[in-house]
Write a protein that binds this ligand. Structure first.
Ligand SMILES: Cc1ncc(COP(=O)(O)O)c(C=O)c1O
Length: 382
């Protein structure tokens, strides 16, 4: 793979060394063009070319199916990760005394929808990390006979810890518990094969590692489970004959499509599709290798920069998200300082967070290390 040529696909590289894909990623040039193409067509032609856009949405669904090795019919476009989580939280028929297991340090999107079930008698069990890892055995120990569902991020947003989704899916299967994956911090950078890994529900918006815009995400539901969820948010497009507006025939689509209640975010989906094409051309396995090489390189120079790596960098734990302790630093101020040096990083949980994608370079990482080193030296000597 010629990573330098790939940089031409990313206008962001002209101005910034961008290491914040765990927050809101820049659009690829292709995604930008897809959005402007849609906007121009809508402005100049209104709905004249609607069939073309409807076809494009279905093409993007197939691309998402390729990404996940899933039947495209099992995927619904949603407005964000939270919507997918809500479909399941509000759709499962809970009984008083049921419980849901998640991690204590999950992003709030994967906490509040389950907390919101307290008035239906559902307990939320949050498993804390220990030694910077979320331990499989701790998750297992939290599951009991009343556990209905385990919901975890594939990669934890603040620590960058990568959960062993295969092992967790197998555990949930064995215990007869549903498994929900918030995949937003790994989709586009780590492979996931839904035919091989028995995940029941998955949700991810496109605005991080998928390099799409905000507001166009993917929700997956295993076909056998469709009828076990009460379908919330039903609309004109939820039914089998949704394009026949003259006839009321309330038969819900027998797959994920029933959750696409009405008009879709076509501009966002078209842009997501353009980035998906690019990512699939590069190959997700190649992207994973590249991102791990870049983040390994960063971690190898932590000492030189006077910082400490917080993330577990064991082979099976590491991800594209590196959480870094900067002793003595005001991390918000440091993030601002980096912006002044054309470096985009972020901060979470009192640490800086660096999340490069495959088009970043070793030279950009070296620049970051140098800026951190200088700012640490100035702090110590000043
Ligand atoms: C793990 C995780 N889930 C979800 C989100 C975002 O949720 P949504 O797509 O609903 O905005 C984020 C980050 O913003 C995240 O890190």
């Amino acid at each position: 793979m010629d990573w330098n040529t790939l940089r031409n696909e990313f206008p962001i590289t002209r101005r910034w060394a961008f290491f914040d894909h765990a927050a809101v990623a820049p659009l690829s040039g292709r995604a930008q063009r897809a959005m402007t193409e849609w906007a121009a067509d809508m402005a100049e032609n209104g709905d004249v070319h609607e069939p073309t856009w409807v076809r494009r949405v279905e093409e993007v669904r197939r691309l998402a199916g390729r990404l996940l090795n899933a039947d495209p019919l099992d995927l619904a476009f949603v407005k964000n990760t939270s919507e997918g989580i809500g479909i399941v939280a509000e759709g499962l028929l809970w009984q008083t005394g049921d419980n849901v297991v998640t991690a204590a340090e999950e992003y709030p999107a994967n906490i509040y929808p389950w907390m919101n079930l307290a008035d239906r008698g559902v307990e939320l069990r949050t498993v804390p990390s220990r030694d910077r890892r979320l331990w499989f055995d701790d998750i297992r120990a939290a599951i009991d006979s009343r556990t209905r569902l385990v919901s975890l991020s594939s990669v934890e947003f603040a620590s960058g810890f990568r959960n062993d989704v295969d092992a967790l899916a197998a555990l949930c299967r064995e215990r007869g518990v549903y498994f929900f994956v918030d995949a937003i911090q790994s989709l586009g950078v780590f492979p996931l094969d839904l035919k091989r890994t028995p995940i029941d529900f998955l949700s991810a918006d496109g605005h991080k590692w998928l390099l799409g815009p905000e507001g166009a995400g993917i929700f997956y539901v295993r076909r056998e489970l469709v009828e076990r969820l009460h379908p919330i948010g039903v609309g004109w497009n939820s039914v089998v004959g949704s394009r026949n507006f003259a006839k009321i025939d309330f038969r819900l689509k027998p797959h994920a499509g029933r959750w696409e209640s009405g008009s879709l975010n076509v501009a966002g989906i078209a842009a997501l599709g353009a980035s998906l094409e690019l990512l699939l051309e590069v190959g997700i396995a190649n992207i994973a290798k590249r991102v791990l090489e870049l983040t390994d390189h960063l971690c190898a120079f932590a000492d030189k920069a006077g910082v400490q790596i917080f993330s577990s960098r064991r082979a099976e734990d590491k991800s594209g998200v590196v959480s870094i302790i900067v002793p003595g630093a005001d991390v918000r101020e440091l993030v601002r300082h980096c912006r002044g040096e054309a470096l985009v990083i972020n901060q979470r949980a009192g640490r800086i967070r660096v999340s490069p994608h495959c088009y970043n370079t070793v030279e950009e990482i070296d620049l970051l290390v140098e800026v951190l080193r200088r700012s640490q030296r100035a702090r110590v000597s000043g």
